[in-house]
Design a protein around this ligand. Sequence first.
Ligand code: FE
Ligand code: FE
Ligand code: ZN
Length: 277
Amino acid sequence: MFKIGCHLSASKGYLEMAKVSEQIGANTFQFFTRNPRGGKAKDIDEKDVEAFLEKSKAIGIDVILAHAPYTLNCASKDESIRTFAKETMKDDLRRMEYTPNNLYNFHPGSHVGQGAEVGIKYIIDILNEVLVEEQTTTVLLETMAGKGSEIGRSFEELEQIIDGVKLKDKMGVCLDTCHVNDAGYDIINNLDGVLEEFDKIIGLDKLKAIHINDSKNEIGAHKDRHEKIGEGTIGIEAFERIINHEKLKDLPFFLETPNELEGYEKEIEILRKLYKN
Ligand code: FE
Ligand code: FE
Ligand code: ZN
């Protein structure tokens, strides 16, 4: 079954996100765990969660993706920034257990000068502190475009992080099509080759979700500017191959294109037509 959804506002709670998803033809969604700038999270409303879980069962939502605030920086050389990232993540993961067996995605971070090696070590240290054996949530590293000093611009960097984590079975990867294009991976002309490389370096069993975005920029631009599906440099034919690829077709796909709900609804419809069951 095609699992497709988009990024939604979490301001009205879980049940509302399930309802909106149903309205726009989606059967999954992504949301920020808190203000993207990293403020305090609202308390979990257990009644809302209960109603959401029931609704999910009824409409066939079987996985959702929580996104950490994109300003978190586990790789910062500033210890107070790393501590803030760690506490935020710990709290997010505690909250995630109200909706068990789902996915939590974060941007590995930017090393801003002290080098990727050191940044990667900081990320590993935080993950080893926040992950616990009992959790049911899988934590995903997002593939990044490589702008500035972003870590996660290559499969090798993501593998280095996973390799240092003790509870590896709690870890996975979310592949962002705009980001990998901008990072220099040719998913347009050589999707098979890119996935083979992913498999060789990280292992395709670790790939748990796809951010499906077109890109405003050419391959290798290291820019990270999302575009609507079919209106960017990746193009609709490449997306048809991506959603139907045998190694990808059962993963959940999340749109993060520059759209309001109406635009998302249209893109979901387009992709559903292209998806071969
Ligand atoms: Fe992201
Ligand atoms: Fe993304
Ligand atoms: Zn992006």
